[in-house]
Design a protein around this ligand. Structure first.
Ligand SMILES: [Zn+2]
Length: 235
């Protein structure tokens, strides 16, 4: 899983990761930025925020069933799909050798956040680089080998054509993992909770996550799901 920020994975593919971990998959989280803009507090200690968000990401990954967590530590809000960063993503793919990669859809229209678009490009182009020995050849001299994943699942897709269905227990873990990002309750979680029946904003947040999973499940002909665009024929 390749995400721009701590918490992106939990929002977009937390149910899928919980299910896969439950079924025995090894999960690796690669978070590209340091999350240093994740507050509205203009007096915040940024170094402390970055450290806290790393801890929250590790905690959330553990709730989803474990797996390794790695940070590329690019500056939040300034992620660039440039060659040096792409080579670093390529290095991780060659080292981890994933069967399936999940990442942001770089072709999603009307998206505003620059990091999500850049993270999508880095994911797609990092896969291309990882499989081709003439991209970042120094890595191969260091003992890594080219790698071609079987499938790429783009989350928050511009055009959904694939669903991963999951159980209620997976959704429970997804919401628990989201809430592990305690530093983001004000700026993200509660800001997204919107209108609902519950009085408590956290309960409204939970309701919204359930509604999203139920909505994607309805589209997929199942009870709960997350939607993706699947690429598995051009890898
Ligand atoms: Zn994000």
């Amino acid at each position: 899983m390749i995400a721009a920020h701590p918490d992106d994975a939990e929002f977009q593919c937390g149910g899928t990761l919980a299910k896969w971990a439950r079924l025995g998959a090894a999960v690796h989280h690669l978070v590209l930025t340091d999350g240093s803009k994740g507050t509205w507090d203009r007096t915040a200690d940024v170094a402390a925020l970055v450290a806290r968000r790393r801890d929250e990401q590790v905690l959330a990954a553990g709730i989803l069933g474990g797996g390794s967590v790695e940070f590329l530590d690019q500056t939040d809000g300034e992620l660039c799909a440039d060659i040096p960063t792409r080579d670093r993503v390529c290095e991780v793919i060659r080292r981890i050798q994933p069967d399936v990669v999940l990442g942001h859809d770089p072709w999603k229209r009307y998206r505003l956040h620059p990091d999500h678009a850049a993270a999508g490009r880095l994911c797609v182009e990092g896969i291309v680089a990882a499989r081709d020995p003439w991209f970042a050849p120094d890595q191969l001299r260091d003992g890594l080998t080219p790698h071609r994943p079987r499938a790429l699942l783009l989350f928050e897709p511009d055009a959904a054509d694939h669903a991963e269905t999951f159980e209620e227990s997976d959704l429970t873990l997804k919401i628990e993992a989201l809430l592990a990002h305690r530093s983001q309750w004000v700026t993200t979680h509660l800001a997204r909770s919107g209108p609902g029946t519950a009085v408590d904003p956290l309960e409204r947040f939970r309701e919204r996550e359930v509604e999203l999973a139920v909505g994607a499940g309805r589209w997929a002909g199942a009870s709960l799901a997350e939607a993706y665009h699947l690429i598995d024929d051009e890898l």
